[in-house]
Structure formats: structure tokens, C-alpha cells
Design a protein around this ligand. Structure first.
Ligand SMILES: Cc1cc2nc3c(=O)[nH]c(=O)nc-3n(C[C@H](O)[C@H](O)[C@H](O)COP(=O)(O)OP(=O)(O)OC[C@H]3O[C@@H](n4cnc5c(N)ncnc54)[C@H](O)[C@@H]3O)c2cc1C
Length: 436
């Protein structure tokens, strides 16, 4: 147990000074910390890496820091399944999985998150045939409010798996997570600027024509920066980016120069459109082949705020056109790109891709700029097209508006009522999106 200092999330939009911080060294100590919190009438909230943009990880009572619960606990080499301690950071997985020749099937843009934090909010990457991280999870152990632990897998409490693997931290504290991995693989990446209108006109073919397709669109330009990744076996020839090229593109251009660009755009907003056009012209065509994690993830050092909505995939072109009109009509100067991705439908109760082929549209603002007007009006567009917000990214909805968009919302609430009737694991964000 340690005394508390102020905790801030990565994007610096949420902060709290917890009543106390517990840093358990074992699953038993997690159970004890929950019991001690209950005895003191305090709520409990585990934190991951603090990379959610919403207040989902805000812990005014007892903040559980799971930094000591990391690493591989068991491996089923035949079935390619790996049981990880819940606090394991994704950036440790290449090293941890290498001895077994395994990898995650798909990943998002970064690897700073913990496995528990990432799955709890529905973190996803791109790929029309691939689901988010939670779809790769086959079992969990949960420390529950009643002082016990519960195994949830295909053999134990299987009816709870689709609630617990994407549980918003509302059902208990995940102690370990078993991931269905795949044999390690490489990705061939082709990155190039293309006319936005063409990409939108051929959206269905583009979104489904490659293993992993995504694009970025800088507002005030007519160009989409497309990324097309193809899965290749480990013995295919490796052609990684040279160290200098990677530093130039990913460190200098994407982080150092971009940080400067965002600061200039904030000071002199009129410069944002020409800077965006220049940035898009300077973007290289690149082609390289490397191990999957090095291609899926990049560094993000320029802080920003983000809203992302999951849409029926076919709605993406109309949503992008509507966003373009919104930005032009309001005369805003937006320095950050819009990111577009896809995912396969799944059955997980609170998955943003539940039951439908999904297209994701994410909008961003530099952290020194006020995101709310842009995000609120963009949200109206997303909602008009059947959107569901990412649980870890900014949105303005509550349980009354979210419930109708999830067919199994009521089932999730019933499980919550059963596992946490006294709301030991609640906070203001969960009160808002699930009800108190
Ligand atoms: C730069 C950046 C890039 C991002 N890129 C992507 C992306 O490509 N795709 C995407 O989908 N998202 C992305 N995100 C969002 C991010 O993946 C999610 O918000 C994720 O939840 C953050 O994980 P975390 O470990 O930081 O968890 P936190 O934000 O710390 O916590 C998230 C939730 O998990 C709960 N939790 C943590 N540990 C446990 C546990 N042991 N048991 C139960 N609940 C627990 C917390 O209580 C909280 O409710 C990005 C965020 C940032 C800042």
C-alpha cells in the first residue's frame, strides 16, 4: 500500500488522487486488497497503462496498480494458447512469446497498453477478417467483489466469457488472461498516398481486399495515406526499414516534426491546411516486410485526444464526406488526421463490432486544443450512421443511448448486478455508461 499522488491518463484529460494505491504482488494480494477496500467502504479500480481517453480507469477509492502481475504463467504449445498475468504490457509480448514461436493474431496502433486494460475497453486493430483483442481471449480468472475468484473459460462458467473478456473493468479484477495466439508471422507493408475520392468510391473492395487495410486522411487535403498489410510466413524474405529510414519516418516526421506542426497550428490556425497539404506531399511511398509487431505498432509521442466510432462498414464513405463538410462549414483547422479501419463481426456482448461488419472512424485533436466542439458535432454524424463509441475513447453518450445499440446490453447489466451488486468496481464513467 502506498500513499497517493495525482494520477493522470496519457492524454492528460482525466486525473484523480486516489484515497490509496495498492500494488499487489500476487493474485492473493489482489483479493486481499479488494476485501480491505470493502471493509473501508472504498471502491476499487485496477489501472492498466492509463491509455484510455475516457475516465474509465479513474479510481477515487483504491487504485490497484498491477505492475507486479506480469509475464507468462502457462503455455499450451499444442493449441498455441498463452496464459498471461493481467498486468502484462503488450510491448513485452514479442520477447515473451518468441521462445514459443507465437504472436498475437492482430494488434492496434501501439503496444503501451496492458493486456487487461486493452481487452477491457475493446481495443482493436484493422482487418476485415479479424476481430479486436477480446476475440483472441479464450479464458480469464476474475477476482470478484465477494472476495473469491472465478475461472471463466470454455469449461468453467462459459456463459460469462462474452461478458468478461470485454468487461469495462465493471465485473471484477482480471488476474490472468489466456490468449489464443498464432504462429509468429511477418507483414508486408505497402504505404502510399492515394486520392481520397477513389479510396472512398472503392471502399468495399479496399476495406476487404487485403488482410489489414487502413488509411489516414488529413483534413484540408484530398489524399488518403493508405496502409495495406499482407500476412507472410516467418521464412519469407525479411526487408525491414533501415534504422535511419525508420528514425526519419517514425521518430522525426511522425513525432518530432509533427509535434512542432501541431504547436504551430495551434498558435496560427490558418497555417494548418497548407501544413497538412505539405505533410501529405512529403509522405513517402514505403514498402517493407518485418515481424508482425514491428509493422502493426508505432510510437505515438505527440499527445492528443481521440474519439472513435464503430460503424456498419458500408457507412464509412458517407461519414467521411459528412466530416469533411462539417470541418469546412465551421472553418476549423484540424492538424490531426482521421483514421479509418475495419474489423470482423463478433459475438462479444459489449464489443463495438458486435454482430456486424465494422468500419472504424477515429478523429483526433492535439492535446493543447479544445476537442469538445469538434467531437460533439462529429458524434452527431457518427450516431446518425448507427455508430457505437469505443469504450476507451471520448464520447458523450450514456446508458440510455448506448443500450439500444447493443442487443446484449441488458444481459451484461444482469451479470454485473450478480457479480457486483454493491458496485465495488464502479466509478463515475461506469455509472454514466452502464447506469449506477
Ligand atoms: C496513443 C494511443 C493509441 C491507441 N491506439 C489504439 C488502437 O489502435 N486501437 C484501439 O482500439 N485503441 C487504441 N487506444 C486506446 C487504448 O487501447 C485503450 O484505451 C486501452 O484500454 C488502454 O489500455 P490501458 O492498459 O492503458 O488501460 P487503462 O486505460 O489504464 O484502463 C482501461 C480499463 O481497463 C480496466 N482494467 C485495467 N486492468 C484491469 C484488470 N486487471 N481487470 C479488470 N479491469 C482492468 C481499467 O479499470 C479501465 O476500466 C489508444 C490509446 C492511445 C493513448
Amino acid at each position: 500500500m502506498s500513499s497517493s499522488t495525482v494520477w493522470r491518463n496519457w492524454s492528460r484529460i482525466e486525473s484523480v488522487t486516489p484515497a490509496r494505491v495498492a500494488c499487489p504482488g500476487s493474485p492473493d494480494e489482489v483479493v486481499q486488497a479488494i476485501a480491505a477496500a470493502r471493509a473501508d467502504g472504498l471502491r476499487v479500480k485496477p489501472i492498466g497503462a492509463g491509455h484510455s481517453f475516457t475516465g474509465i480507469a479513474v479510481a477515487p477509492g483504491v487504485q490497484l496498480d498491477l505492475r507486479h502481475l506480469q509475464g507468462v504463467l502457462a503455455v499450451d504449445e499444442q493449441r498455441h494458447r498463452v496464459k498471461l498475468a493481467a498486468g502484462t504490457h503488450l510491448y513485452r509480448l514479442p520477447e515473451l512469446l518468441r521462445p514459443y514461436g507465437l504472436a498475437l493474431q492482430n494488434m492496434g496502433d501501439i503496444d503501451a497498453q496492458t493486456i487487461a486494460g486493452a481487452t477491457s475497453t475493446g481495443t482493436h486493430g484493422t482487418g476485415h477478417a479479424f476481430g479486436g483483442l477480446a476475440t483472441q481471449i479464450v479464458a480469464v480468472t476474475l477476482a470478484t467483489a465477494d472476495g473469491g475468484t472465478m475461472e471463466i473459460s470454455e469449461n468453467s462458467n462459459p456463459e460469462l466469457l462474452d461478458a468478461a473478456r470485454l468487461g469495462l473493468g465493471a465485473l471484477g479484477v482480471l488476474l490472468d488472461i489466456t490468449v489464443q495466439c498464432v504462429p509468429a508471422f511477418q507483414l508486408q507493408a505497402i504505404e502510399k498516398p492515394e486520392p481520397l475520392a477513389e479510396v472512398l468510391a472503392q471502399w468495399e473492395q479496399r476495406g476487404t481486399g487485403a488482410d489489414h487495410f487502413e488509411f489516414y486522411w488529413f483534413p484540408h487535403t484530398r489524399t488518403a495515406l493508405t496502409k495495406t498489410n499482407t500476412r507472410l510466413p516467418m521464412d519469407a524474405p525479411r526487408k525491414p526499414l533501415g534504422g535511419f529510414q525508420r528514425w526519419l519516418d517514425d521518430d522525426l516526421m511522425s513525432n518530432t516534426v509533427f509535434n512542432w506542426v501541431c504547436n504551430v497550428g495551434k498558435a496560427v490556425p490558418a497555417l494548418t491546411p497548407p501544413i497538412n497539404r505539405l505533410a501529405q506531399r512529403l509522405t513517402n511511398n514505403r514498402e517493407f516486410t518485418d515481424v508482425s509487431t514491428s509493422v502493426f505498432t508505432t510510437k505515438r509521442e505527440v499527445r492528443f485526444r481521440e474519439m472513435e466510432y464503430a460503424l456498419p462498414r458500408e457507412e464509412v464513405p458517407d461519414v467521411l464526406r459528412a466530416l469533411d463538410r462539417l470541418i469546412n462549414q465551421n472553418g476549423w483547422r484540424i492538424s490531426f488526421p482521421v483514421e479509418v479501419r475495419v474489423a470482423a463481426p463478433d459475438d462479444i456482448w459489449l464489443s463495438t463490432a458486435h454482430g456486424r461488419e465494422t468500419g472504424y472512424v477515429a478523429i483526433h485533436r492535439f492535446f493543447k486544443e479544445d476537442p469538445h466542439t469538434y467531437f460533439r458535432l462529429a458524434e452527431q454524424i457518427f450516431r446518425a450512421h448507427g455508430g457505437r463509441p469505443h469504450w476507451g475513447k471520448m464520447h458523450y453518450q450514456d446508458a440510455s443511448t448506448l443500450a439500444p445499440t447493443y442487443p446484449r446490453f441488458g444481459d451484461f447489466l444482469a451479470v454485473r448486478d450478480k457479480l457486483d451488486p454493491e458496485r465495488v468496481f464502479a466509478n463515475d464513467y461506469l455509472d454514466r455508461v452502464l447506469g449506477a
